[in-house]
Design a protein around this ligand. Sequence first.
Ligand code: C2O
Ligand code: CU
Ligand code: CU
Length: 501
Amino acid sequence: MNRRNFLYSFSFSAAAAILSGCEKGSDKSAKLDKKSTQTQEIAQETPKNIQRNKFEPFTQELKIPKEIDFEHIAKAKFNAQKSLSALYKEKETDVLTFQGDLPNPTIRIKKGDDFELDFTNSLEKPTIIHWHGLLVPETMDGHPKDAIATNMVKEYRYRVDQSAGTFWYHTHPHGRTGEEIYYGLAGLYIVEDDNEKALNLPSGEFELPLIIQDRRFDKEGDLVYKETLQDNVGVLGDVVMVNSTPHPYKSVKNRKYRLRILNASSARIYKLAFEGIEEFTLIGTDGGLLEEPVTVKDILIAVAERIDIIVDFKDKKVGDSVMLKTLGFKEGSTFGTNSAYPGFGAKMDIMKFQITELSDDTAALPAKLTTIHRIKESDATKSRTITMEVIKGGIWTLNKKPYDMHRVDERVKLGSTEIWVLKNSVHMAHPFHMHGVQFQVLERTGKIEFPTDKGWKDTVLVMPTETVRIIVKFTIPGMFVHHCHILEHEDHSMMANFLVE
Ligand code: C2O
Ligand code: CU
Ligand code: CU
């Protein structure tokens, strides 16, 4: 059985044809070149041949990642490896892990502490770990050019010097990030500080990490990652896993919980809401806490974004349940997607909270969480425009240039502040991410309001044909990447380098 086909092949020109076909309604066959034999092979793999395993939802309890807490240990070890993991019941499936099983551990560290981790690559191809959202020196950031070969070890050593927040880590090899994250190589990274501790937010069993990922499984219950032509817009699955548990349930008490939510999917944008609870509270974004809590009814979370929320089950009684779901989000794209799986606009149930115990804890949230110093527009010495577009051949790009690992695309002065104008010229939303910085959103031209725009961001969703202006201060020298965080876009070239010097 060749179900473990980790190496997928993908024809750009074929994808290109479909893609430009989608967008312009042009004649697809005109663009198919001599690679069309390969095209046919790929086309036959459309998921009508994939018979899906029937997962019974809400029968498995949510797995909580174990923690690596740098308060108690000085150094950690990661080893990217093939492993077996029982994602659904006892059925073991091939995955990729850092320590032998999924979910990967959550890293917890205090501002000011030293992070030490030795990373071994036991995969067949070069790879590298990136600490998404962390402000670390260039050599520690995990740029794709720094990928290490099989059996090599990279020593990560840096001091964490930023405010409390919810970050994450994942591998970042050029062209294979989508596949590696799909099979498991990602985890959560929590930074704490004294300011946040003093707020007394729900903690311990009342603080839950939720890593959301939609996936495809075959009829044997194994994960499948095959990019067919229709998947060039991004791989969408029908089974939503939270912490590597397909459609889990979680027993809770009727009180406040802090949920640190990460969208680590390949492409799907979720519009999260709770059935049975009308409102919840946003307290933090990618880069840390908001100044004040914001009450919302639902919230958008694109790939790579994090939201820190408080949900209160206080009006529920024992025996009640509350569904976390996505309301669907059709404004994100007009592109066709793989018809065997729920499209971009799909409504889906994600996980169920079951109230099993009463609680008398009714502590209120503080009204003020932190202070966010607003970067002044007048501090900016330069403005540059980054366009998001599909070029001839159907390749996703920034500024019409497919990614080259060694080309410097933007030169930035160390210590300077700039305005980046992110211009989306396609009918599809792109989550734009920058390494080595946290930025602020100045304004957007679209109609949808994003409460997350109030906080520090490292990833911002730019809606179809929208322009978003962000302001960034560059404090770390070196070469970093900026890219679309839809994993298939980033892999198929929607990425660029900026050099801070
Ligand atoms: Cu999540 Cu280039 O990063
Ligand atoms: Cu990143
Ligand atoms: Cu994109």
